[in-house]
Design a protein around this ligand. Structure first.
Ligand code: GRF
Length: 199
């Protein structure tokens, strides 16, 4: 079983999908050993407690290098070998990529490389795209960037607003992220240069 840390800043609905998959799918292959948040009030921490998964809070104190080091130390102290970012709203510095090479996954509510950053859903609506979607990728030194594991398209409807579109994106996220983590934990993902090859 691959020990994973799940990092979340907010509601943690993706965290919940991952915890549920770990609890119900015998071939999931990954065991959550830590839920880490940068916010002591994150609902994600309650969800972790509901699944008896240990939690840690690492608060941002203004220095990215120091924050990154403290996050890496907490993850390693819990025995986790992989970081799964699930709505983690802080950017990790290069030290995290060095300590966890091709071992940090992220989910993003757009079809990368389109609409990177924290406002992907709003920007997709403003751009008038007819299709957006969800991306799971390995994290590299750039924000919302790195080898893409999988993507799924979601149609943008004429009467969509930020809430309705994000809700449909999240339905996809809750299916796609557990599937991607399961594939990784079962050794099916290989990074070849800037690409991910499924085996
Ligand atoms: C998700 O839409 C994810 O793609 C983005 O942050 C959001 C987190 O939502 N990175 P939740 O906290 O998992 O509900």
């Amino acid at each position: 079983m691959l020990p994973i840390a799940i990092l979340a800043s907010g509601s943690g609905s993706n965290l919940q999908a991952l915890l549920d998959a770990a609890a119900t799918d015998p071939s999931f292959g990954a065991r959550p050993v830590l839920v880490l948040s940068d916010r002591p009030d994150a609902k994600a921490l309650d969800r972790a407690a509901g699944h008896d998964v240990p939690t840690a809070v690492v608060e941002w104190a203004g220095d990215r290098g120091d924050f990154t080091r403290r996050v890496c130390e907490a993850v390693e102290a819990a025995g986790a070998e992989v970081m799964v970012l699930a709505g983690f709203m802080r950017i990790l510095g290069p030290e995290a990529i060095r300590r966890f090479p091709h071992r940090i996954l992220n989910i993003h509510p757009a079809l990368l490389p389109a609409f990177r950053g924290a406002h992907a859903v709003t920007e997709a609506l403003e751009a008038g795209v007819k299709v957006t979607g969800v991306t799971v990728h390995f994290v590299d030194e750039q924000v919302d960037h790195g080898p893409i594991v999988c993507q799924e398209a979601v149609e943008v409807l004429d009467d969509d607003d930020e809430a309705t579109l994000h809700a449909r994106l999240q339905e996809v996220e809750h299916r796609l992220y557990p599937a991607a983590v399961k594939a990784f934990a079962n050794g099916r993902l290989a990074v070849a240069g800037s690409k991910v090859v499924w085996r």
